[in-house]
Design a protein around this ligand. Structure first.
Ligand code: CTP
Length: 410
């Protein structure tokens, strides 16, 4: 059986050059066994011919809101109900803005409003348009409402520039769509994971950071994904590639990480804080490079907010898992942190002695939860991550699914 056999995908195409990749996506979805119905905006028709998409999907392409012949075949409300998932790819800046404001002035935007199926979008636009605060605000609004924003990727753009704004490739989009039906103990759960270090700038060329490589957080993102969750990884600077099927948001500072986490935490069922967040940042950011002068220089630092504790304190907070790096008294310190931050679980490891930990390929942790603990001995981080993810899934299930079907599965 094909992996998307019988799944009903409504693919919305808005008007951008990346629309040509949507033709490949339609073909791949069709090959994977999905039923695909394509809805195009008017502008999209200037980039790719409806006949191409009709041939590849095996279904008529819909465009007009008030087309009597099409409405007779399958009305717009029927189409909205038909879909198991709505994916808009490419989603232009204009289309994202219209969705964020709830406009329903063409068939595709009306369908997005009328459908109760999960709504995903794959943005594609010039990098400046993507970075514009208006677009960023609109994307945040849609994420907060529970929409999935996949990408954009960074790279060469059709306009000749380089930066974020490329639509994700069709195989990656297919992977993400398939994720909605991946069977596993965390199927249907939206997970948010932080990873890597943060960088706290001092002046335009200097920053405070730490030696975290991000390997543990990335391995956890992959492991939680393997168990069926839909994963968003909020990552500080690392040299790692995001795991397949995982949405990655890149940040630099603790404050940026906090903003990205808090804008999503309320719609997530699971939060794992694996990032080595800098506890302090420079009180003042110098506008230009600080020159050497005095022989003794004191840098004033201020505390960064504790992202993990903030998420754990949210009303309807997700299942929260923290990490603790300790040099001594592992159990007392880790359990103290778990209790004071109000966490469901904490993964603690001894640092400073022996192998493992920061920047290494291997690690050993002890997981603590209310009334229990488990030692996971030294092993490579991907294997360790799978063990941790399995334990998280077990406890997640015990906390919500078994007792309360209305779990915050996101
Ligand atoms: N954390 C966070 N936001 C911060 C600091 C930490 O989300 N500003 C998270 C980390 O991702 C990790 C856990 O909190 O999951 C670590 O807690 P912390 O109290 O900082 O412990 P340590 O890093 O072990 O440091 P310390 O013992 O100095 O408190």
């Amino acid at each position: 059986m094909h992996r998307l056999e019988g799944r009903r995908i409504l693919l919305g195409i808005s008007g951008g050059i990346a629309a040509y990749k949507s033709a490949i996506l339609v073909r791949e979805l069709h090959r994977a066994g999905a039923q695909v119905r394509v809805v195009m905006t008017r502008a999209a028709r200037a980039f790719v011919a409806p006949l191409t998409l009709q041939t590849l999907s095996g279904n008529v392409v819909h465009s007009e809101l008030l087309d009597p012949t099409r409405e007779a075949a399958m009305g717009h409300i029927e189409l909205a109900r038909w879909a198991d998932v709505v994916l808009v790819a490419p989603a232009t800046a204009d289309f994202i803005a219209r969705l964020a404001h709830g406009l329903a002035d063409d068939l595709l935007s009306t369908l997005c409003l009328a459908s109760s199926a999960p709504l995903a979008m794959a943005p594609a636009m010039n990098r400046e348009m993507w970075r514009h605060p208006a677009t960023q605000q609109n994307v945040r609004t849609l994420s907060l409402r529970g929409g999935y924003v996949w990408g954009p990727a960074e790279g060469d753009q059709a306009c000749g520039e380089f930066g974020p704004g490329r639509m994700l490739e069709p195989d990656e989009l297919l992977e993400r769509i398939a994720g909605f039906w991946r069977q596993g103990p965390l199927s249907g759960v939206r997970a948010l994971i932080t990873a890597g270090p943060t960088r706290e700038p001092i002046d335009p060329v200097r920053y405070i950071s730490n030696r975290s490589s991000g390997k543990m957080g990335y391995a956890l993102a992959a492991a939680v994904r393997e168990l069926g969750a839909t994963v968003t990884l909020i990552s500080g600077p690392t040299s790692l590639m995001p795991p397949a099927g995982v949405e990655r948001i890149e940040v630099n500072t603790a404050l940026e990480m906090r903003e990205q986490v808090l804008s999503r935490a309320a719609v997530c069922g699971l939060f794992v804080a694996a990032a080595a967040v800098s506890d302090y940042r420079a009180e003042q950011l110098a506008g230009h490079k600080i020159k050497k002068g005095v022989s003794r220089w004191q840098l004033a630092l201020v505390r960064n907010p504790d992202i993990l504790a903030e998420v754990a304190a949210l009303p309807n907070h997700p299942f929260t898992v923290g990490f603790a790096a300790e040099t001594h008294d592992l159990e007392r310190n880790a359990e103290g942190k778990r209790r004071s931050k109000g966490l469901d679980m904490i993964a603690a490891n001894l640092v400073g002695k022996g192998p493992g930990g920061f920047d290494a390929d291997d690690n050993a942790v002890t997981l603590y939860w209310e009334g229990g603990k488990k030692d996971l001995s030294l092993r490579d981080k991907p294997s360790l991550a799978r063990e941790i993810a399995a334990l998280i899934a077990e406890h997640y299930d015990a906390k919500y699914t078994a007792q309360d079907p209305g779990s915050p599965s996101g």
